[in-house]
Design a protein around this ligand. Structure first.
Ligand code: ADP
Ligand code: ZN
Ligand code: ZN
Length: 819
C-alpha cells in the first residue's frame, strides 16, 4: 500500500491502560487534529474517542480499521489541555480515556450521537428515487424513525458499505437535517425567544397597539419577548398578528444559566482595604513573577485571619488586568459562594464557577463559558484544574494542605500537584496558600523549590485566639460514658451565648452515635459488607454504614438476645446537636455536615443564617474548619480532639494539627477576641500541643525527623497498589503471586534494592469494604521515575498473569488516604 497512509492514536473512555490505533481515510484528513472527537469502531460497537496524535508504532497482530467520522462540536480539547491530561494519565497511571472523561462536564461525555432527521425535501425525494438506490434505502430507514431521528452511528452500523459520502451528498441536497442531540437532555443549551423587525416589505394597516410595538422595536432593535410582555398589554397576541403580517421575526438566543447563591447579597464587601505591609510584600513578589511570564511557584504561609484571601484577590486582579486568565481552586464547595461574592462586589471581570454542587445544566453552561473564552476567572473545586482556560496567568490553590484536593475514586490525582504541573506547562504563576501547609509544600519551600511568602500576624494586630487543652481523663464520668462537655467548655458556651456572640463546635464524625452495644450479650451492629460498626442516625432511626450506605432500621431490642439494654456509644454531630439543645434550650443551633448539605445551596443557607445572626451555634464536621470568615464567632469547642489522631495513617498527626489549628482559627476574627477549648484524652501529644501554640514551624520541626526516619513523604514518593476481590481465595492467591514477583524482580536486579522499598502485601486497614476483601502493597522510592516504572511494569505483568475479571487492581500514586 502507499506510504501516504496516516494512522492516529485514539483514547477511548474505557478502563484499560492502553490507547487504540486507527487509519485516517483521506477525505477526513483535513478535519483531523489532536484533541478532536472521533467516532471509531471497536469490535461490533462504535465508540467516541479523542485523537491523541499520530500513531507512534503500528500494532502488528490486529487489523487497523479506519475511523468513521470526525465529530465537529464544541467538546474538543486544546493542545495545551491535552498535554496536561496525558501527563496526568502517565504520572498517575490512570487510563487516559477516563482522565479525559472526568475533565469534561458530566453529560457531555455521553454525547456520542448526531441525530439525523428526514426533511420535507427528503420526503419529496422518497417519491422519485428508484427502489434499490442506496439513497432511498437510507431515507427509508430515517422515515421509520420519524421525528425521533436516527443517530449517524446507528445508520453507519446498519449499512455494511460505506455511506458517509452518500450521506454528505444527501445533506447538501437538503434531504437530511441534523440536530446535535445530547443523550442526556438535562444538559442542553438554554435559549429564550427574542423578537426583531423584519425589513419592511409592504405597508399593511396596523392597529394602535401594533403600531406602538413596531415603533418600540424600531428604536429598541432586538428585544427578549419576555420584555415586550412586561411593557405591552396583550403582547403575545399583538406579536402573533405582526408575525403573520411578516413584520417581525421571533428567534431563539442562547442564554447561560446563572447559578444562584442563596444569602449572597449580604456578603458583598465594601471598598478594598489598604493592604498591610506583609500583604504588600507578598503581592509585589507575585506581580514581579507575573510580569516575568515564567513559571514561578509560591507558598503563601499566613496564620488564620492574616488576610490571605485579600492577597489572592489582588493577585488575580493583577493577572486579569494583564489580559491573562486566572484559576482559583478551593477545597470545599461552600467556600465558592463567599469568593464569588467578593469578586462580583469588587470587579467586573466575568467569572465561571465549576464544581459538583451545580446542576448538570449549570455546570455545562459554566464550562462552555470558559471554553468559549467568555470567563476570565474560574473558581472551582479540584476538577476545575482541568478547566479549558487558554491563557492562564495565575493558579491559586487555597488551603493547599486540604486532603480533598486528592481525588480517590475513579481517577486518582492530586489537584494541588497538578496545579504546579499545569503552571509549569503554561508559564503561569502558582500560589499555594495555607495557615497549615502540607509537610510536602513546606519542605519544598525550605529546599528552595517554592518561594516562601509569609503573613505572620493577623490583620489589625488582632490576637490569635487563646487555646486551652482540657484533659478529659480528669473529668468525672457519669455512668458508663464520660460527658460530652467538660465544665469549662460548658460554661464558656453559656457565657458566649449570653453575650450575644457565636460559637462553633467541631466534631469530626457525623451521625448520632458510633456504635451500639447490647449490655447483655455484647452484640454490636456491623456492616455485613464492610466489617465496620454501623453508625446510628437520627431522625430516621437508622443504622448506616458510612462506607457503603448499607442501612438498617433500628429495633428496640437486641436482634441477638432480645434484651432492651442497648447502649449507644461514641458521639457524632447529631448527638452533639441534641446535647446542646438540651443544655441551651432556647438557643438556635444549626448543623453542617454531609447529612445536612446534600441539597443545592444548603451551605450558603447555613452560612447566611450565621452571618445575619439568626443562629448562634454551629455544630459540624471538618466542613466548618475551612476558610469561613465570620466575625461574631468568638468561641470554638472541640469535644473530641483525638478522633483523627488514632487513625492508622502516617499523616494522622499532621491531619490532627491542621484540623485543630484551622478550626481554632475560626475564632476571634473580628474585633472581639476568640477562645478555644480542646478536649482530649491524650493532651500531651505534640499535634495537640503545637496546635495549642498555633506554631506551625514547631510542628514541622517535630514531624519532619519522624518522616525522614520512617521513610515517608516528603522524603520518599509512594505508590499504593490495592487489590480487591470478593473471593478470599482468589485474593490470597493474587497476593502471593504479587509478592513472589516483586521479590524475583529485586533479586534479578540488585540495583532496585537501593532505589526502592516494598511493604506488604498486607490486609488493608479497612480489610473488607462493600463486600470485597482488600489488600495492599506499598512501594516507596527516593525518585519517582524508577518507582513509577517499576510499578508500571509490575502492573502489566500482573494483568497478563491474571487476565480480565477477578481481582480488581487499583493504583494510587502519591496516596493521601491509605485506609
Ligand atoms: P485568611 O484567609 O488569611 O484566614 P482573610 O483573608 O479571611 O484571612 O482575612 C481576615 C479578615 O481580614 C477578613 O475579614 C478580611 O476582610 C480582612 N482583611 C484582609 N485584609 C485586610 C486589610 N488589609 N485591612 C483590613 N482588613 C483586612
Ligand atoms: Zn443482646
Ligand atoms: Zn458497608
Amino acid at each position: 500500500m502507499s506510504s501516504a497512509r496516516r494512522y492516529i492514536e485514539v483514547a477511548l473512555p474505557l478502563p484499560v491502560r492502553k490507547t487504540f490505533t486507527y487509519e485516517v481515510p483521506p477525505d477526513l484528513e483535513e478535519a483531523l487534529s489532536p484533541g478532536k472527537r472521533v467516532l471509531v469502531p471497536l469490535g461490533r460497537r462504535l465508540l467516541t474517542g479523542f485523537v491523541l496524535g499520530p500513531a507512534p508504532t503500528l500494532p502488528t497482530h490486529t487489523a487497523i480499521l479506519p475511523i468513521r467520522e470526525v465529530l465537529e462540536e464544541e467538546v474538543s480539547l486544546s493542545p495545551k489541555l491535552l498535554e496536561l491530561l496525558l501527563w496526568t494519565s502517565a504520572y498517575y497511571m490512570q487510563p487516559v480515556g477516563e482522565v479525559i472523561k472526568i475533565s469534561l462536564p458530566a453529560g457531555t461525555q455521553t454525547r456520542s450521537k448526531e441525530t439525523l432527521l428526514l426533511t420535507e425535501k427528503g420526503i419529496d425525494a422518497l417519491g422519485i428515487l428508484g427502489p434499490e438506490s442506496m439513497e432511498k434505502r437510507i431515507l427509508d430507514e430515517m422515515a421509520k424513525k420519524g421525528e425521533e431521528g436516527i443517530s449517524s452511528a446507528s445508520l453507519i452500523r446498519k449499512f455494511s458499505s460505506p455511506i458517509r459520502s452518500i450521506l454528505g451528498k444527501m445533506r447538501k441536497k437538503g434531504w437530511v437535517g441534523n440536530k446535535e442531540d445530547l443523550e442526556r437532555p438535562t444538559v442542553r443549551e438554554k435559549t429564550i425567544n427574542w423578537v426583531r423587525l423584519r425589513p419592511f416589505q409592504e405597508v399593511v394597516h396596523l392597529t394602535g397597539r401594533q403600531k406602538e410595538v413596531v415603533t418600540f422595536l424600531q428604536t429598541a432593535g432586538e428585544v427578549p419577548v419576555a420584555e415586550l410582555k412586561v411593557r405591552f398589554k396583550n403582547a403575545s397576541a399583538v406579536l402573533a398578528k405582526l408575525k403573520t403580517h411578516g413584520l417581525v421575526e421571533i428567534f431563539p438566543r442562547e442564554v447561560f444559566r446563572q447559578p444562584s447563591w442563596e444569602g449572597l447579597e449580604d456578603w458583598i464587601d465594601g471598598p478594598p482595604f489598604l493592604l498591610t505591609e506583609d500583604q504588600n510584600a507578598a503581592l509585589r513578589e507575585i506581580i514581579a513573577a507575573l510580569d516575568s511570564r515564567k513559571y514561578q511557584p509560591f507558598l503563601l504561609h499566613g496564620v488564620t485571619g492574616s488576610g490571605k484571601t485579600e492577597v489572592y484577590l489582588r493577585a488575580i486582579d493583577e493577572a486579569l488586568s494583564r489580559g491573562r486568565q486566572a484559576l482559583l481552586l478551593v477545597p470545599e464547595i461552600s467556600l465558592t459562594g463567599q469568593l464569588v461574592a467578593y469578586f462580583q462586589g469588587r470587579t467586573s471581570y466575568p467569572l465561571a464557577v465549576l464544581h459538583s454542587g451545580l446542576s448538570a445544566g449549570e455546570r455545562y453552561d459554566e464550562w462552555r463559558k470558559v471554553k468559549k473564552g467568555l470567563a476570565r476567572l474560574v473558581i472551582g473545586a479540584r476538577s476545575a484544574i482541568f478547566a479549558p482556560l487558554e491563557s492562564l496567568g495565575i493558579i491559586i490553590v487555597d488551603e493547599e494542605h486540604d486532603p480533598s484536593y486528592k481525588q480517590d475514586d475513579k481517577v486518582r490525582y492530586h489537584a494541588r500537584d497538578l496545579a504546579l504541573v499545569r503552571g509549569k506547562m503554561e508559564d503561569a504563576v502558582v500560589v499555594l496558600g495555607s495557615a497549615t501547609p502540607s509537610l510536602e509544600s513546606y519542605h519544598n519551600a525550605r529546599e528552595g523549590k517554592f518561594r516562601l511568602l509569609s503573613l505572620p500576624s493577623r490583620i489589625d494586630g488582632r490576637p490569635l485566639p487563646e487555646i486551652q487543652v482540657l484533659d478529659m481523663r480528669l473529668e468525672p464520668g457519669e455512668g458508663r460514658e464520660r460527658p460530652l462537655f467538660s465544665r469549662p467548655l460548658r460554661e464558656a458556651l453559656e457565657e458566649t451565648i449570653a453575650r450575644g456572640e457565636q460559637a462553633f463546635l467541631f466534631l469530626n464524625r457525623r451521625g448520632f452515635s458510633t456504635f451500639v452495644l447490647c449490655r447483655d450479650c455484647g452484640f454490636t451492629y456491623r456492616c455485613p459488607n464492610c466489617n465496620v460498626s454501623l453508625v446510628y442516625h437520627l431522625p430516621d432511626r437508622t443504622f448506616r454504614c458510612h462506607y457503603c450506605d448499607y442501612t438498617l432500621y433500628a429495633a428496640d431490642r437486641c436482634p441477638q438476645c432480645a434484651s432492651s439494654a442497648l447502649l449507644l456509644y461514641g458521639s457524632g454531630t447529631q448527638r452533639l446537636e441534641e446535647e446542646i439543645k438540651k443544655m441551651l434550650p432556647r438557643v438556635p443551633v444549626t448543623r453542617m455536615d454531609r447529612d445536612t448539605t446534600t441539597r443545592k445551596g444548603s451551605h450558603q443557607k447555613i452560612l447566611g443564617q450565621l452571618r445575619r445572626g439568626e443562629v448562634n451555634l454551629l455544630v459540624g464536621t471538618q466542613m466548618i474548619t475551612k476558610g469561613h470568615d465570620l466575625p461574631r464567632v468568638t468561641l470554638v469547642g472541640v469535644p473530641a480532639a483525638d478522633l483523627s489522631l488514632n487513625l492508622p495513617d502516617f499523616r494522622a498527626g499532621e491531619r490532627t494539627f491542621q484540623l485543630l489549628t484551622q478550626v481554632a482559627g475560626r475564632a476571634g476574627r473580628g474585633d472581639l477576641p476568640g477562645k478555644v477549648f480542646i478536649q482530649s484524652f491524650n493532651p500531651g501529644h505534640y499535634s495537640i500541643q503545637m496546635a495549642r501554640g498555633q506554631d506551625y514551624t514547631a510542628f514541622f520541626e517535630q514531624e519532619v525527623p519522624f518522616r525522614r526516619q520512617m521513610s515517608y513523604p516528603p522524603f520518599v514518593r509512594l505508590v499504593n497498589l490495592r487489590f480487591e476481590d470478593n473471593s478470599e481465595k482468589r485474593i490470597t492467591r493474587f497476593a502471593q503471586a504479587l509478592e513472589e514477583r516483586v521479590q524475583r524482580k529485586f533479586k534479578e536486579d540488585p540495583r532496585l534494592g537501593a532505589q526502592l522499598e516494598a511493604l506488604g502485601p498486607a490486609v488493608a486497614p479497612l480489610g473488607k469494604l462493600k463486600g470485597r476483601h482488600r489488600y495492599q502493597m506499598l512501594f516507596k522510592g527516593k525518585e519517582w521515575k524508577p518507582l513509577h516504572e517499576f510499578v508500571e511494569r509490575l502492573l502489566v505483568e500482573m494483568e497478563a498473569e491474571f487476565p480480565r475479571g477477578g481481582v480488581k487492581l487499583i493504583v494510587d500514586v502519591d496516596p493521601v488516604h491509605m485506609l
